[in-house]
Design a protein around this ligand. Structure first.
Ligand SMILES: [Zn+2]
Length: 82
């Protein structure tokens, strides 16, 4: 049984199109790895949007709520339409 540590995704503001960075290794989080919290116990229930780091040696679970709240139009990063 593993205990996953949750990180806070960081917002990369240097690029024209904003992107989210892994709070652990600063890799860009692929939009395909960002999704609404399915409510599983594996994820932090207090986090609405989850981003999984795709770096081979990382794989951290990131909470994207705070970063996305600072983006004017989060849909530019990821399509969260349900
Ligand atoms: Zn990472």
């Amino acid at each position: 049984m593993t205990h996953q540590t949750h990180y806070q995704a960081q917002l990369a503001q240097s690029s024209v199109n904003p992107s989210l960075l892994c709070g652990h290794c600063n890799s860009i989080l692929s939009p395909s790895k960002i999704f609404r919290n399915p409510g599983d116990r594996d994820f932090d229930g207090s986090c609405a949007v989850i981003g999984l780091c795709s770096a081979d040696d990382c794989g951290s679970v990131n909470c994207c709520d705070d970063a996305l709240s600072r983006v004017d139009n989060p849909s530019r990063i990821v399509d969260l339409a349900s």
